[in-house]
Design a protein around this ligand. Structure first.
Ligand code: PGA
Length: 242
């Protein structure tokens, strides 16, 4: 919940005009607040490799849910991706794994690619039970999907203790969890699906640590919060993509 429309427009234009060159297969997904989606769609129109995301959608198809936004509405304004299960949504809005499973279904049914966020709080990391914690999030929100459906899901591992705190998971911590997630998916859906799965790292990623994080074999990119609000930082991070 940052920036006015004019500020957001400036930010997107600064990123687009930075001369950033995407390599084959690389994508930049800009996730704006709901009121700016249409404007952002128009700005991104002639930039191949740039896609549009919303930061949430509601867990029901349509109807009397005043103030909520459905997956179908997002699809109708040209949104490509939707972030689901960000830790702030889980924490401040009580989004459960079961509710997220419904959101994932609605997103997929409407042709949106979910960016599904998972990750453990600090107490869990301290108790060294982060693998079980994340495995449960995957199981309860994703494992009802077919392999065909899962191919359209991006997973973002975001240790909660690293989001917006300035603390970053070490490259080794990120790699260990990403490899664990890929192994879990391989076990459930097979090696082929797991190899093609995009797993992003999120949590205080910045130009100074992005290179090291992205160099990890199982880290396929980043979900960038604070640093995405400064065009030069976001571009510098993007230039370090694998
Ligand atoms: P951060 O945010 O990069 O500011 O830590 C990440 C996120 O909100 O997903």
């Amino acid at each position: 919940m940052n920036l006015t429309l004019a500020q957001g427009e400036q930010l997107i234009n600064d990123i687009l005009n930075s001369g950033l060159k995407l390599k084959d297969g690389q994508e930049v997904v800009i996730a704006t607040p709901f009121p700016y989606l249409l404007k952002a769609k128009a700005l991104l129109k002639n930039y191949p490799g740039f896609y549009l995301a919303a930061q949430n959608c509601y867990a029901e198809k349509s109807g009397a849910y005043t103030g909520e936004v459905s997956a179908e509405m997002l699809q109708s304004v040209g949104v490509d991706y939707v972030i689901l299960g960000h830790s702030e949504r889980r924490e401040y809005f009580n989004e459960s794994n079961a509710m997220l499973a419904k959101k994932i279904d609605l997103a997929l049914a409407n042709g949106l690619k979910p960016i599904f966020c998972c990750g453990e709080p600090l107490e869990v990391r301290k108790a060294e039970t982060q693998n079980q914690y994340v495995a449960k999030q995957l199981e309860e929100s994703l494992y009802h999907l077919s392999a065909e459906q899962l191919k359209n899901v991006v997973i973002a591992y975001e240790p909660i203790w690293a989001i917006g705190t300035g603390l970053t998971a070490s490259a080794q911590q990120a790699q260990d969890m990403h490899a664990f997630i890929r192994a879990q998916i391989a076990e459930k859906y097979g090696r082929e699906v797991a190899l093609h799965l995009t797993i992003l790292y999120g949590g205080s990623a910045k130009p100074g640590n992005a290179g090291e994080l992205f160099a990890c074999p199982d880290v396929d990119g980043g979900l960038i919060g604070g640093a995405s609000l400064v065009a030069a930082d976001f571009v510098a991070i993007t230039e370090k993509l694998p």
